[in-house]
Ligand binder design. Structure first.
Ligand code: ZN
Length: 260
């Protein structure tokens, strides 16, 4: 066993502890389902083992496994932050959907329109939000809609760039809609909702990404180690690994709750 392998084999357990500890925490809080969690922990242990005991015939396995572990532990927090933002957006998109539904029950309702404005502001369409709010604020008496009036005043201070007022294309028909429209001027589609959905689609993208990443790491990091096993065991190990990997990806993409 080379010196490098000994160092890598010992050092790798520091990020692995972070990895395993995080997964246990997420399983307890329910942020990660148990199947993905257990698979994640097994992959961590497998990588640690490869790093410590790389097969003699494939010495490159040790640094590869080490890089996979360090890469995962460094990159994963950023993925999670992006993922959490998406989930937050999906709450806002639900609220926008409800405001559109309310408006279709009572067409022209100014309270629904200002709700739409509030949501699309949060979803990155401030110019359109401002014009919609300006158009209806006169129908909303200040004594009952104090919050909305205050909101609009603060928007007027910050929404000034011409960029904010760019027309938005309708997903259905391609018509460019000027700020102030709530439904597409040509086809009547809820183009602001479509735009928001298109931009922040899929709150389970993070889980899918994670499943694919774990599987790749497992295959790249653990597969070389099977070279050290007797051939029949190696075949069993490779088949098990592939089944586990594809099972995990399949579960992430087609399992319960993956179709959001
Ligand atoms: Zn349209």
């Amino acid at each position: 066993m080379g010196f490098v392998t000994v160092v890598l084999g010992c050092c790798v357990w520091i990020p692995l502890c972070v990895w395993i500890w995080s997964i246990i925490g997420w399983m307890i809080t329910g942020e990660m389902d148990v199947i993905s969690g257990i698979a994640g922990i097994w992959i961590a242990i497998g990588l640690g083992w490869v790093c410590l005991q790389p097969p003699r015939s494939v010495p490159i396995a040790s640094p590869l496994a080490f890089a996979a572990v360090v890469g995962t532990v460094i990159v994963y927090p950023f993925v999670r932050v992006g993922w959490a933002k998406r989930e937050l957006k999906s709450v806002e998109i639900d609220a926008l959907q409800r405001a559109y539904d309310a408006l279709s029950l009572k067409p022209g309702n100014p309270a629904s329109k200002i709700k739409i404005a509030r949501q699309i502001y949060g979803l990155g369409m401030p110019g359109h939000a401002l014009v919609i709010a300006e158009n209806v604020i006169g129908q909303l008496p200040e004594q009952y809609f104090r919050d909305e009036h205050r909101m609009l005043k603060s928007w007027r201070q910050v929404v000034k760039q011409p960029d904010h007022f760019r027309p938005i294309a309708c997903v259905e028909c391609g018509t460019m809609n000027q700020p102030g429209n709530i439904h597409c001027a040509a086809c009547g589609a809820p183009f602001l909702l479509d735009r928001a959905k298109g931009r922040f689609v899929g709150k389970t993208q993070g889980r899918k990404l994670m499943a694919v990443w774990f599987t790749l790491v497992a295959i790249v990091g653990v597969m070389p180690a099977t070279a050290a096993l007797p051939p029949y065991l190696a075949i069993v190990a490779i088949i098990t690994l592939l089944c586990a990997g594809f099972g995990m990806v399949f579960y992430a993409f087609f399992g319960a709750g993956s179709q959001d």
